[in-house]
Design a protein around this ligand. Structure first.
Ligand SMILES: [Zn+2]
Length: 105
């Protein structure tokens, strides 16, 4: 996979030298990144990048947990919530985040 990575870097460097980058510059045009807030027994995870997150946040900006990484989240906005453990009940999810709809409900 190093070949494609090298060619990507070359492309970026090539674009950086252009006075007027073409309008079709390779910039992914996607909608807002969204994710499901996955709640387990001991930690919560982001449904997009699967990394730990705080349960009370609107967006996955920080990675929390054993190895904290402020600003290391993927930035996805949590649009719904789901349990990853039978020990985390629907009622528990509702108490945690009454603002988020339950996934698959
Ligand atoms: Zn994430």
């Amino acid at each position: 996979m190093s070949e494609s990575r090298n060619s990507f870097i070359e492309l970026v460097e090539e674009l950086a030298h252009l006075d007027h980058p073409p309008a079709t510059a390779p910039e992914p045009v996607t909608g807002e990144l969204t994710a499901t807030l996955l709640v387990g027994d001991f930690e919560s995870r982001c449904g997009n990048c699967r990394k730990p997150t705080l349960v009370g946040v609107d967006r996955h900006t920080d990675i929390s947990g054993w190895v904290e990484e402020p600003g290391g989240g993927c930035g996805a906005r949590f649009t719904d919530i789901a349990s990853t453990s039978s020990g985390v009940t629907t009622a528990h999810l509702r108490r945690l985040r009454p603002d988020l709809p339950l996934r698959d409900h």
